[in-house]
Design a protein around this ligand. Sequence first.
Ligand code: GUN
Length: 291
Amino acid sequence: MQILDGQFVSRLIKERLKMDAAALVSEGKKIPHLAAVLVGNNGASETYVTAKVKACAEIGFKSTMLRLDDSVSESKLLSIIEDLNGDMDVDGILVQLPLPKHISDERIILAIDPSKDVDGFHPVNVGKMVLGSPSFISATPHGIMLLIEHYKIKTAGKKAAVIGRSNIVGRPMSILLSTNTTPGNCTVTLCHSHTHNLKDICAESDIIIAALGKPEFLRADMVKEGAVIIDVGITRVPDATKKSGFALKGDVAFAEVSPKCSFITPVPGGVGPMTIAALMKNTFTALKRKY
Ligand code: GUN
C-alpha cells in the first residue's frame, strides 16, 4: 500500500508556480491576483479560505480576501462580483460555498466572469469541461487528477466508482475519469443516495472516489484487494481530546481499508492540499490566458 501524499505533491506544484510567478516579475509583467470572498462565520469555510490566501502569499501571488457579514444581501454580493469582474488587476474570483440560505449559489456563480472563474463552477466552464475543451476545472477534481497523474496510476479501462454527485466534486470527477485523456478512460459508475447495491459496485471497482461527506462510510468489506482509494471527505467530528474540540474524519475507514489497497489518500494531507494547488494553478492560467 502506498500513501498518495497530497501535501508533498501540492508542494511540488506550488514550487513550480512560485518559479513561474517569479519569472513574470522578472519580465516586468503582473503577478496572478486571486480575490476570495467569504460570507459569514462558518468555521470550515474560514479555514479553507485562509489556507487559499496563505498559499497565494507562499508562492508570490497577490490575493484579496473580502469578508462579508452573514446578513449581506444577494444584490450587494452581486455588485461586489461585478466590481471584481471589472477590476483589470483581479485574475481569479472565488466565492466560498456554502452561502447563507437567503443567497442563491446559482445566481452568484452565474455572475462571475467565466474567464475569472478559477473554481470552474460557472456553466460555461462546466460545459467546456464536459466537452473536453480547455476550461477551468473545479479545484478538487482537478487536484485529484493531478495526484493520480503524479503517481502514474493506470486508469485506462479501469472500473471507477464515484460516491456522491455534488456539482463541486462527484459529477465533474465522473466526467474527468471517463474522458479520453491520461489519466482518464475509466468506465465510471456515479453512485448516490438512490443507488442500489452500492457495496457490490464498490467491491468490483478498481478506483473509488469517496465524496459523500459521511465519516468512515467506506469499509473494508466494500473494497477489493489492490483498489485505489481517494478520500474527499473532511468532516469535523466532536473530539474532546483535541484542542480545537474536533477531529477531521474522511469518508473512508482508513485503518481497515488501507491494508487492502494499492494506493490511498490520507485525511488530512491527501486531497485537501491538492485542492489548493489546483486552485493556484487555475489562477495562474487565468492570468496567462490574458496574455
Ligand atoms: N466549498 C467547498 N469546496 C469549495 C471549493 O472548492 N470552492 C468554493 N468556492 N467553495 C467550496
